[in-house]
Each structure stands twice: as structure tokens, then as C-alpha cells.
Design a protein around this ligand. Structure first.
Ligand SMILES: Cc1cc2nc3c(=O)[nH]c(=O)nc-3n(C[C@H](O)[C@H](O)[C@H](O)COP(=O)(O)OP(=O)(O)OC[C@H]3O[C@@H](n4cnc5c(N)ncnc54)[C@H](O)[C@@H]3O)c2cc1C
Length: 338
């Protein structure tokens, strides 16, 4: 919750949070949803001032969040370095197992008669008289009145198939995983620099990329992460791994006793204004976007699913959706099809 931009973005995340509580029971997999609370680690005076302002905006939206001094922060997380200045704390930050969540959504969809066709690469989108009529894939053609582009960091490539430009760019994130050790973290932690880097790419270069730290149920620590524009390259780099380890160990010195067992990298679907793209594409009837969630696609998945389902069924939606509309990108569309 704390890494969400105050405004419509945070409101969407709060709606999602409410849905997660029910999903733990509703989905057929154990999604390991836990509202354990989270802290934003503050290391400099400038960050302290910036976070003071940031949390005021978050509080105005209704997020339960407050500032902690060093003593209070160490009470919550005794393994943190006493060199930090303090932190923020929100009891609403939560974690979830993203693999079990994805499988849970897929199994629940199948239970409701969805057909999932794996290993079918979309090669083209058929259109007629300015509306979609189907998709061409490596496993054949499928007729469809509605096509939803939910291709994550590749959503821009899918839109290009129908000549529509959508600014979704892959932004690489690297993660370091440690062995399953004793519990050393009770909350999800990110650094104030992480928030700055998320919303201002130029800051990511100047101020470093910030860190995130979580301990999974079985004791593995997940240490992240980088935010890099390197095309569709999903490799780990020595410099990225070094930076993550150096920055996390400075804040959590007990990491010295943990062994790194693996690293991985993924691509976040970045959009220039930090908001996802949700809704119908004006210039092509039946073509919808549900992509561009950057580092929030897991957190926002329940609310995205709900909103898209309602939109496709033509039902009333209470959330204001203009800020997420594909129309907000001036150079999109314009070309006629069919
Ligand atoms: C290091 C890292 C840390 C992250 N941490 C968090 C976090 O803490 N919280 C959070 O909420 N989010 C986090 N994210 C972001 C989250 O993973 C993404 O926002 C989310 O996965 C996006 O979901 P999506 O369904 O839109 O896209 P994806 O999960 O990328 O799914 C898109 C799918 O489309 C398929 N596809 C693409 N092109 C085609 C084609 N031509 N034909 C057929 N299929 C196609 C792909 O194979 C893929 O399966 C993190 C990401 C990274 C990399």
C-alpha cells in the first residue's frame, strides 16, 4: 500500500486490499495472504522531509500510516541497523504468494467454464469494419467480439499488431533470494529511495534504486530490486546483484549470516505516468487494454479483474476510470482498421 502514488492509484490499491481478504477463502489455492504491515526505511534528513509530505497525502486518501523514530522502528524490526533515521509504518501493507495467486485465479476461472489455452502465441488480431473479430495464434484462429490485451510488458507489441501505439515499456527488476533462515523480518520493508525511483526514473539513476526486503513464509528472504530499461532482456547482472546486496546489508546487517541461493529477474510493464491502462480503445471497437501495472500488478490484480469484468459486461462502475483510460496517451490510435 505504501508504495502506491497517493490519488487514484492508492484508492485502487485500497479496493484491491479489501478483495484480497475474501480471496484467501474464495480461491482454491492457499495464496498466503498476510496483512503483516510494512515500513518505509528513512536514511537521510532529505528523505525524512519527503516522507513526511508523502504520508500526509496518503493519509488524506484514508491510508493508516505514521512516522516512527529510530527507537520505535527498532522496536518493530530489531534487526534493522541503528544507522537509519527512522521509518514509516502502515498496518495495511500485505504480502501474498504470487504464483499461488495466479494459479488460484486460473483454477477459479476454469471452475466458471473459462477455457485456458496454453502455449498459444498471439500472432495477429483480426478486424473488420473497425472492430475486432478474432485472434490468430500459433494454435489456430479464434473468433472473438472482444479482445483484452493483458500481455504485461509485451502489451505494446500486441497493440502494434493493430497499429495502435501504447506506451508500455519493459522495466527490468532483479531479485536476490537467500536460504530459508530464522525469522529476521516481521514486516515488508522498502526504502524511501525505492518510492522515489519508482515514480521518477531520473532519480533512480541519481539517488540509487532503493531496496525492498521481505521474508517468505518458509524463511527465504527476497531482496530487491533494480528498475532498469534494457529492452526485453531478463538476465541478472553482477552490478545489479552487488547493488542489491550492498544496499540491503547496510540496512539489515544480519544478512551477513544468510546465503544467497539464487537470483532472478522479471520485466515490469512500465507506463510514463505510473498508472495502469484499463479500458476500451476508442479507435477499435471490442479492443480493451488491461496492462501497464509496473510494480503493482499483483497488488492490483483483484481490482483489475473486477473492473474489467464489469466493463466487458457493460455494468455500472463506481470507480472513476478516466485516469486509467487508454485515451490519455495522445499518440495512440488514430489509425482506422478493417
Ligand atoms: C522484480 C519484480 C518485483 C515485483 N514486485 C511486485 C510486488 O511486490 N507487488 C506487485 O503487485 N507487483 C510486483 N511486480 C510486478 C508484477 O509482477 C507485474 O505488474 C504483473 O506481473 C503484471 O501482470 P500482467 O498479467 O499484466 O502481465 P504478466 O504477468 O507479464 O503476464 C502477461 C502474459 O502475457 C503473455 N504474452 C505476452 N505476449 C504474448 C503473445 N504474443 N501471445 C500470447 N501470450 C503473450 C506472457 O507470456 C505473460 O504470461 C514485480 C515485478 C518484478 C519484475
Amino acid at each position: 500500500m505504501q508504495s502506491k502514488k497517493p490519488g487514484v492509484h492508492l484508492s485502487l490499491a485500497m479496493e484491491s486490499l479489501n478483495r484480497f481478504e475474501g480471496l484467501q477463502k474464495e480461491l482454491p489455492t492457499d495464496i498466503e495472504f498476510k496483512k503483516i504491515g510494512g515500513m518505509v526505511i528513512i536514511e537521510t534528513d532529505a528523505e525524512y522531509r519527503a516522507m513526511e509530505k508523502f504520508i500526509k497525502e496518503q493519509q488524506a486518501i484514508g491510508l493508516d500510516v505514521r512516522l516512527l523514530d529510530l527507537h520505535q522502528a527498532l522496536e518493530k524490526e530489531p534487526f534493522l541497523s541503528p544507522s537509519i533515521l527512522g521509518s514509516t509504518f502502515s498496518p495495511l501493507d500485505a504480502q501474498v504468494n504470487p504464483i499461488n495467486l495466479t494459479l488460484g485465479f486460473a483454477l477459479a476461472a476454469k471452475r466458471n467454464h473459462a477455457r485456458i489455452i496454453n502455449h498459444a502465441e498471439v500472432l495477429g488480431i483480426h478486424t473488420k469494419n473497425n472492430r475486432v473479430t478474432g485472434v490468430a495464434t500459433t494454435r489456430g484462429n479464434f473468433d472473438a467480439d472482444i479482445v483484452v490485451n493483458a500481455a504485461g510488458s509485451m502489451a505494446g507489441l500486441i497493440s502494434e499488431l493493430v497499429g495502435i501505439s501504447m506506451p508500455v515499456h519493459p522495466r527490468r527488476g532483479q531479485i536476490v533470494v537467500t536460504h530459508a533462515g530464522k525469522p529476521v523480518l516481521a514486516h515488508c520493508l522498502i526504502s524511501a529511495k525505492y518510492i522515489a525511483a519508482k515514480y521518477d526514473p531520473s532519480l533512480a539513476d541519481k539517488a540509487g534504486q532503493g531496496i525492498s526486503m521481505e521474508q517468505a513464509d518458509n524463511g527465504n528472504l527476497l531482496l530487491g530490486s533494480t528498475r532498469e530499461f534494457v529492452g526485453f532482456n531478463k538476465e541478472n547482472t553482477l552490478s545489479g546483484i552487488r547493488r542489491i546486496i550492498r544496499q540491503t546489508a547496510a540496512v539489515l546487517p544480519v544478512l551477513e549470516n544468510f546465503q544467497v541461493i539464487r537470483t532472478f529477474a522479471g520485466l515490469r510493464p512500465y507506463t510514463p505516468d505510473g498508472l495502469p491502462i484499463l479500458g476500451p480503445v476508442r479507435h477499435l471497437n471490442g479492443f480493451f487494454m488491461a496492462a501497464g501495472h509496473e510494480g503493482d500488478g499483483i497488488a492490483l490484480s483483484p481490482v483489475t479483474g473486477d473492473l474489467m469484468a464489469r466493463m466487458l459486461l457493460g455494468q455500472k462502475i463506481h470507480t472513476p476510470l478516466d485516469a486509467f483510460s487508454p485515451d490519455r496517451f495522445e499518440n495512440y490510435g488514430g489509425k482506422h482498421h478493417g
